[in-house]
Write a protein that binds this ligand. Structure first.
Ligand code: 4AD
Length: 467
């Protein structure tokens, strides 16, 4: 086979070399009948290619043919790398150009596109500036983007977002494997709700009532009862959310962990701490290009985090809010607004936008959460926040079957539907705990994006099940 070069790798060192690239036509700009500038895009990177009439090499028909190509058509270009006099403003590879000797169209795109990728890739500031200059452009709204997601995905920012997402998942696995965790897969079709509440998709399972798993919660705990010691899972999570918010999806990717606890639930928070510091370090180091691409369209400040993650108790958090004039119920839950406020206060006081809040009131946690032994109004549980928004919830679990049964009943759960789960604790079950992370939320908040739909490839929300 021939040797192919990626658009993103074309650099000044390659001067005078012949390269062969395959990409999409981003723009074609003819200058008279003898020259055409073709901007070719691949994986979010762009390079300007120049087609100039030259005897024996490039005919004027060739230039004419090139200018007839529709945007987003797939083309193969062969040519020599040269260094332009001035940096190219309309391409990511600003220091190079390709002088085309051969150009083939591999597959044409339709002549009119529902989304113009250049418009879709602009930042708010760039849009404002363009409008001021009287440029014609269309502000691409979220629904249009999602309806034509395969086009929207081609923007540099989106190419970055989903590569960052992949790296987060990758570090999650690598780190946990190195700590002796085993990757498992739990069923997504289950007999009863796993988190309680109404946010469950019910279905008919060959005549039996069933639902889509709201989390791997019950089965990951059962794997601990099965003596796996430390487990993790990366998989889909289903929530029949009613509310339409910037951070709730009906299907998201859960990064779940469950582990034996020897002495204290802080052992679980230690894993959160080291896992996430390793993850953030790795993102900053290995995803520089991706973060830059995201930041170019959606400007953001890098996440501030400490080498050792800050831990505050819920009571301490309430106290900080109180001192700032925000009254909240000390045995209730925090709403989105007070979580954000606390995030600000913590950032000001401790210089971190990533922290753990633990020892939540028992009343606001799921039935399987272990109460504090010294004060059962509180629980051995925690939430973790990035920029004042929740990305994780976790806890020590009740491993005593009698207490578990009692708690489930108190929380209004039909114990019959989870009897196999409760029975699992009757055959020798160690103390244990774990946590669940929302992958899309981590990407959203690490990059300070304003909507979770931006970090889900094909989002499922209360109003959307296509494409
Ligand atoms: O807080 P949740 O519901 O906790 C559980 O599922 C527990 N079983 C976890 C555990 O091991 N104790 O969900 C965990 C995380 C949240 O912190 C949030 O990041 C994310 O999942 N999440 C959602 N993400 C997107 N859309 C939704 N509707 C989400 N609901 C929760």
């Amino acid at each position: 086979g021939r040797k192919w070069t990626e658009v993103g790798s074309i650099a000044p060192e390659m001067k005078d070399r012949v390269v062969l690239v395959r990409g999409r036509v981003q723009t074609i700009r003819p200058v008279g009948k003898k020259i055409a500038f073709v901007v070719v895009r691949e994986r979010g990177f762009t390079v300007q290619c120049v087609l100039t009439v030259k005897p024996e090499l490039v005919s004027s028909q060739m230039v004419k043919y090139a200018t007839s190509l529709s945007k987003e058509s797939i083309i193969d270009v062969e040519g020599v790398v040269t260094i332009p006099e001035k940096p190219i403003t309309g391409a990511t590879q600003q220091q190079v150009e390709v002088q085309i000797s051969k150009l083939y169209c591999v597959n044409r795109a339709v002549p009119t596109l529902p989304i113009n990728i250049e418009d879709a890739a602009r930042s708010e500031v760039e849009i404002e500036q363009a409008l001021e200059k009287g440029e014609q452009l269309v502000r691409v709204n979220q629904d249009t983007r999602l309806n034509f997601r395969i086009l929207d995905m081609r923007t540099p920012a989106n190419q970055g977002i989903f590569r960052i997402q992949c790296q987060i998942e990758n570090i999650f696995r690598q780190f946990l494997l190195s700590e002796g965790f085993v990757g498992i897969h739990t069923p997504k079709l289950i007999g009863g709700s796993s988190e309680g509440g109404s946010a469950v998709f019910r279905l008919d399972y060959k005549g039996q009532p069933a639902c889509l798993a709201q989390s791997p919660q019950l089965h990951k705990q059962m794997a601990i009862c099965g003596d796996f010691g430390r487990v993790f899972e990366v998989g889909p999570v289903f929530r029949a959310e009613d509310s339409f918010t910037h951070r709730h999806l009906c299907e998201f990717t859960g990064l779940d962990v469950e582990m034996e606890i020897k002495e204290h639930y802080s052992e679980v928070m230690d894993i959160v701490d080291r896992l996430f510091v390793a993850m953030f370090d790795s993102l900053n180091e290995k995803c520089k290009k991706e973060l830059e691409a995201v930041g170019k369209q959606y400007p953001f400040e890098p996440l501030k985090y400490l080498r050792k993650t800050l831990r505050l108790t819920f009571a301490e958090g309430i106290q900080m809010l109180k001192e700032a004039g925000v009254e909240v119920d000390p045995l209730g839950d925090l709403n989105t607004e007070s979580e954000r406020k606390l995030g600000q206060l913590v950032a000001e006081k401790y210089g971190t936008e990533f922290y753990i809040l633990h020892k939540y009131p028992q009343a606001v946690r799921p039935f399987y959460t272990m109460p504090c032994h010294d004060n059962p109004s509180y629980s051995n549980s925690f939430d973790v926040f990035i920029r004042g928004e929740e990305i994780i919830s976790g806890a020590q679990r009740v491993h005593v079957p009698e207490l578990l049964e009692k708690r489930a009943g108190e929380c209004g759960i039909d114990v019959k539907t989870i009897s196999t789960y409760i029975d699992s604790f009757r055959y020798g079950a160690p103390p244990h705990g774990g946590f669940g992370v929302g992958l899309e939320r981590v990407v959203m908040l690490f990059c300070a994006l304003n909507n979770i739909r931006k970090t889900s490839l094909f989002p499922r929300d209360p109003q959307r099940i296509v494409p």
